[in-house]
Design a protein around this ligand. Sequence first.
Ligand SMILES: [Zn+2]
Ligand SMILES: [Zn+2]
Length: 222
Amino acid sequence: MVYDFHTHTFHSDGVLSPVELIRRAAVNGYRVIGIADHVGLGNLESVLRQVIRDCQLCESHWNIRALPGAELTHVPAAAIAEAARYAKDLGARFVVVHGETIAEPVEPGTNLAAVRCPDVDILAHPGLITLEEAQLAVRNGKFLELSARKGHCLTNGHVLKMGRQAGARFLVDSDSHEPGDLLTDAFARKVAIGAGLEEEELGDVLERNPQALLARLASAMA
Ligand SMILES: [Zn+2]
Ligand SMILES: [Zn+2]
């Protein structure tokens, strides 16, 4: 069973359509795929509208949960709360913030804005996250991502160290942009262990934390 809340389609810079991405995920053993294309304020509505329709289509025919979401990417930190609210109002089931990866010039303050924002669910690849940011993530119920993506994964060890001190909940996400990026159960375990997790922690990170997030998203819908 694979859970992955961070994937991209050709509605941003991924190569696959939502339908093909979901099809390939189902074949890879995914139980849940979250689509979180790169958005700002301008493309949020059109991207979500299209992704929502294809998620509904696939869920009604295949045995996979396909959740339409959004990744607020290089959105000015001061506008993250507004953009996250807008995404949820447009039907995003979950909101990811593109955190302060060391691989890109993300605006400082992005991690902090994300962990403070009520409408954000996941802080992706948070780079050199501080202990204070990790503590706020815990207090405000955010999940911290351990990334399988090249570049972003360089700080997984640091993210784990800060998050552990704070008592954070982690997820492993693929940040897929092409078919070969999708996780398998075996590869997700390797990414988790590579980040520094112990064997006995894998059940939480790969299964119970995703289920906890799903339960929270379901209760937000009710
Ligand atoms: Zn991308
Ligand atoms: Zn990102």
